[in-house]
Design a protein around this ligand. Structure first.
Ligand SMILES: Nc1ncnc2c1ncn2[C@@H]1O[C@H](COP(=O)(O)OP(=O)(O)O)[C@@H](O)[C@H]1O
Ligand SMILES: CC(=O)OP(=O)(O)O
Ligand SMILES: [Mg+2]
Length: 408
């Protein structure tokens, strides 16, 4: 079975085509600048150079059409025709309290995702456009949705409630949801396999440090707490997001700077984090480079970023009354040995002993970066959100009742 995995954003759409028999990625790519004057489609087939096509792609339906054209292209394609795609899996950022697992798309699921637009105004409407675009282009193909929030639905109320009037939870479902669940789920399972121990017996702290970043405390295989909140703004300092701050900063800034709520929201989401403190970039590679050249602002940004991760690790050790392993994953977590070293240097009290040479190794495999006698293991485990989406989609399609399978 071939499964197309889609991560639709408001102006972009990333895709990967899987052959589920082998779990090989047959092709992958992205469409950027949807709805703008010159959109770019970048397409990559295993070991082949990238194909870039610039044209006008006004909406998601056209974007999907272009992707399907590329997948069946005479020269760059990998499929004979689009009927060779048997299912589509979508990443959906917010599933609220409605979804604690992945589901097949039907009218009711679409309605529920729509109800959650308020909780994720930047993400969920874009995902719905992706679902509608697939319906328009592949009307007979079953679709599944895999939620970033689902894995965290096991958190107890003491982790997910905010200490504000409970009427706000009852009326508007204001609470911590947490995100990157697909990744926290995937790497915690991978880590247990690597450690050759049952996941149900482990206390793990997973640090998904990419463009967006979050930590999770995973107790006996279940999410117990996580740093992102009602939206992906809370918690760690990120590329362009502030992470935790005193909520009083918001009204104060609005008054002093005569800004609107929308402007402050945009400031906290798009103009804060590494970018704001360094004044250089939101990209950790550039921060480390500038820091090594002696740039003090880059150094401060780097130190703040690492310090926040270390504080969350400390908090989650207390939350779980111990930890067996700490896991780094995603773009920064997998690739920046400098960041991992900075985080771990404050964890010696807990028995973390980093092994510098192991930390410097580059590999796409899970690996240990602490000494053999370190009380707590620190691992680098590459994440693969798309593969988990493909696996969930595959499972759901296989489990479909026969009558539904005939007429999706
Ligand atoms: N070698 C590296 N060293 C440090 N940071 C890196 C390196 N490679 C990638 N990154 C960081 O990874 C980030 C992207 O992470 P990723 O998990 O791909 O994010 P997302 O999926 O949210 O776009 C980039 O912003 C970049 O800062
Ligand atoms: C939820 C979230 O922050 O996602 P991303 O890391 O893709 O921005
Ligand atoms: Mg990501």
């Amino acid at each position: 079975m071939n499964i197309l995995v889609i991560n639709a954003g408001s102006s972009s759409l990333k895709y990967q085509l899987y052959n589920m028999k082998t779990e090989d990625v047959l092709a992958k790519g992205r469409v950027e600048r949807i709805g703008m004057d010159s959109s770019i489609l970048t397409h990559e087939v295993d070991h082949q150079p990238e194909v870039r096509e610039v044209s006008e792609i006004l909406d998601h339906t056209t974007a999907i059409k272009k992707v399907l054209d590329m997948l069946t292209h005479k020269k760059f394609g990998v499929l004979r025709n689009i009927q060779d795609i048997q299912a589509v899996g979508h990443r959906v950022v917010h599933g609220g309290e409605t979804f604690s697992r992945s589901v097949l798309v039907d009218q009711n699921v679409k309605l529920e995702i729509r109800k959650l637009f308020d909780l994720a105004p930047l993400h969920n409407p874009a995902h719905m456009m992706g679902i509608a675009a697939v319906e328009a282009n592949l009307p007979d193909v079953p679709q599944a949705v895999v939620f970033d929030t689902a894995f965290h639905q096991t958190m107890p109320p003491s982790s997910f409630m905010y200490a504000i009037p409970t009427v706000l939870y009852r009326k508007h479902k204001i609470r911590r949801y947490g995100f990157h669940g697909t990744s926290h789920d995937y790497v915690s399972k991978s880590a247990a396999e690597f450690l050759e121990r049952p996941l149900e017996e482990l206390k793990l702290i997973t640090c998904h440090i990419g463009n967006g970043a979050s930590c999770a405390a995973i107790l006996n295989g279940k999410s117990f707490d996580t740093s992102m909140g009602m939206t992906p703004l809370e918690g760690l300092m990120m590329g362009t997001r502030s992470g935790d701050l005193d909520p009083a900063v918001v009204p104060f800034t609005i008054n002093k700077e005569e800004l609107t709520l929308n402007e402050v929201n945009s400031m906290l989401n798009k103009h804060s984090g590494l970018l704001a403190i360094s004044g250089i970039s939101s990209d950790m590679r550039e921060i480390v480079e500038s820091m090594n050249e002696g740039n003090e602002k880059a150094k401060l940004a780097f130190e703040m970023y690492a310090y926040r991760i270390r504080k969350y690790i400390g908090a989650y050790i207390a939350a779980m009354d111990g930890v067996d392993a700490i896991i780094f994953t995603a773009g920064v977590g997998e690739n920046s040995d400098a960041l991992r070293k900075e985080v771990c240097k404050g964890l010696t009290f807990f028995g973390v002993r980093l092994e510098e040479q192991r930390n410097a190794v580059r590999s796409s495999q899970p690996r240990r970066i602490t000494t053999d006698d370190s009380v707590v293991s620190v691992l680098v485990v590459p994440t693969n959100e798309e593969l988990l989406i493909a696996r969930d989609t595959y499972q759901l399609v296989l489990e479909r009742p026969a009558d539904e399978a005939e007429s999706p």
